[in-house]
Design a protein around this ligand. Structure first.
Ligand code: ADP
Ligand code: GLC
Length: 495
């Protein structure tokens, strides 16, 4: 199949969260099975053309915007890690006014750029113009989240009448909390008629909702875990789109993400001091030693370390964990014999609170910033990994933790439920510790339970680590499920 991934993020070019990991890893897995997979992504300012040796495609490209046209350049490169014979091509749309600035969706002083609806309308339109320019028409247009949710809309309301008669669209929802809701005055940029504003379901309390229109228009829709697919059909988790998701019936389903075993693998990780496996865990002890050193904690092989790596946003339960006056982290560190390391960026209040906790507690250390190297070290060197998410479409970090022998402590929600099995202290079964309610008390109690087991049920803890490390989260299985989804969508459209 010819598959075009249309995306606002992909590692190693641009990443704010798991979406970037997933798009690239899924592309690699599909290419491995012999499909012609390509990616298209904006050429953000941070993507250095010279360093990446990107080549320009000949001639500028015009993209219809509203009544007029915007011109851009196209650059090409290859996705690292792909087959050397037929490398995975990546197309970069280069447009100075829309993408020639710092930030992917925003910067700290302007977290959501005012022109985001126009930036991503432009990009989604550009997908079709690119195909024309290179004279390559995909069987599958695969869109991800609200920034490319207009790709299925443009296909259904126009392009399918043209060269894209045989193309089908898939929309993957990685996070329902971000829908691309903007003033309806931005709709003109789509160039679609006002009737489509209503028929495609853009209309949302008189605003324009880009994800909603995408969900209505895509031939098939999925999200990134089976449990989250079910949850999103309820008002508690549906972010007001539960009715629409339900109305898609069996065209909407959950496919669990995999993880990239070339990048996240303790047997070949180049970021950690020594590799390790279930047969020889000494490398994990070395990682713990280095982690304590890097974070300025006293060396202590027998003190359990809790790791936390995250975007610092409401989704991740940071209020219940770090909230001033009510967060549980302070009391956890005050009352329990453990060390706590944090890596993250996000909401300013939370970054400040982490700094303040650090000044109050000798066993709590936080680094504000983004670092791949440190994230690997934390995954490898910690004993436990905490994810008290309010909602979690899939979650990658708990899967990384499991295969690194770091026991996850998670809220029982979304993909966390699908990937972690709760500990049973009578039988010793399970791979992690889980709690149902998102409250500071529940976090405190569950961390307390894990620390209790560390000191009092050590053989069970060691056995749990090994069980997690043997889990298979490779992409092959999930890629197979995406292929089935593509085929079903194809049958629906082409008969
Ligand atoms: P989400 O996509 O909702 O942020 P996931 O668990 O799916 O959650 O993916 C998060 C990814 O981002 C993981 O690869 C995690 O290691 C990474 N990550 C988050 N914050 C940081 C950070 N500050 N430094 C390095 N990696 C980070
Ligand atoms: C989103 C979700 C996360 C998921 C990731 C990749 O950012 O918050 O749970 O793992 O996308 O699909």
């Amino acid at each position: 199949m010819n598959i075009l991934m249309t995306t606002s993020e992909a590692v190693p070019y641009a990443k704010t969260g798991g979406l970037a990991d997933v798009v690239s890893a899924l592309s690699l897995a599909l290419a491995k099975q012999g499909h012609d997979v390509r990616l298209i992504i904006p050429r953000y300012y941070g993507i250095n053309k010279a360093v990446l040796k990107l080549k320009p495609l000949k001639g500028p490209m015009g993209i219809p915007m509203g009544g007029g046209e915007e011109w851009c350049e196209v650059y090409t490169g290859n996705l690292p890690g792909g087959p050397s014979k037929n490398p995975i091509k990546v197309y970069f749309l280069d447009h100075e006014r829309f993408f020639g600035r710092d930030g992917i969706y925003g910067v700290p002083s302007e977290p959501d750029f005012l022109d985001n609806p126009r930036r991503f309308t432009f990009f989604s339109r550009g997908v079709f113009q690119l195909c024309r320019k290179i004279d390559w028409y995909p069987d599958i247009l695969h869109a991800h989240d609200w920034p490319t949710a207009l790709v299925p809309v443009f296909l259904k309301y126009g392009e399918r009448r043209n060269e894209f008669a045989k193309t089908v669209s898939i929309l993957t929802i990685h996070n329902l909390g971000y829908q691309g809701i903007y003033g309806r005055d931005n709709f003109y940029a789509t160039g679609l008629g006002w009737d489509t504003f209503y028929s495609a379901g853009f209309e949302d309390w008189n605003m324009m909702n880009m994800l909603k229109a995408g969900i209505n228009s895509a031939d098939m829709v999925n999200t990134v875990s089976p449990n989250y697919a079910e949850e999103t059909k309820t008002s508690a988790y549906g972010f007001r789109l539960d009715g629409i998701l339900k109305s898609r019936g069996t065209d909407y389903r959950g496919i669990l993400n995999g993880i990239d075993a070339d990048i996240w693998n303790p047997k070949k990780d180049t970021f950690i001091p020594a590799v390790y496996s279930t047969k020889d865990m000494s490398g994990k002890a070395k990682a713990k030693e280095l982690l304590q050193k890097e974070f300025g904690l006293p060396p202590s092989p027998d003190t359990p370390i809790i790791g936390f790596i995250s975007r610092l946003t409401n989704q991740k339960g940071v209020g219940e964990l770090f909230g001033p006056a009510y967060g549980s982290a302070y009391m956890i560190c005050r009352d329990m014999n453990l060390q706590f390391v944090v890596l993250g960026t996000g909401d300013a209040w939370c970054e400040n609170e982490i700094r303040s906790l650090e000044s109050k507690l000798s066993n709590f250390k936080g680094k504000i910033g983004y670092s791949d190297k440190l994230s690997h070290l934390i995954e490898a060197g910690s004993d436990f990994f905490l994810m008290p998410s309010r909602y979690e479409p899939c979650g990658l970090s708990q899967m990384y933790s499991l295969v690194y022998g770091t026991i996850p402590i998670v809220r029982n929600t979304g993909g966390l439920t699908d990937t972690v099995e709760n500990y049973n202290q009578d039988t010793g079964t399970g791979t992690g510790f889980m709690f149902d309610d998102l409250t500071p008390e529940a976090i405190y109690n569950t961390v307390g339970w894990a620390i209790w087991a560390y000191y009092n049920r050590r053989p069970q803890i060691e056995a749990m680590r090994l069980k997690g490390m043997k889990k298979d989260f490779s992409w092959d299985k999930s890629a197979g499920e995406y292929l089935k989804l593509y085929e079903e969508a194809g049958k629906k459209v082409r008969g």
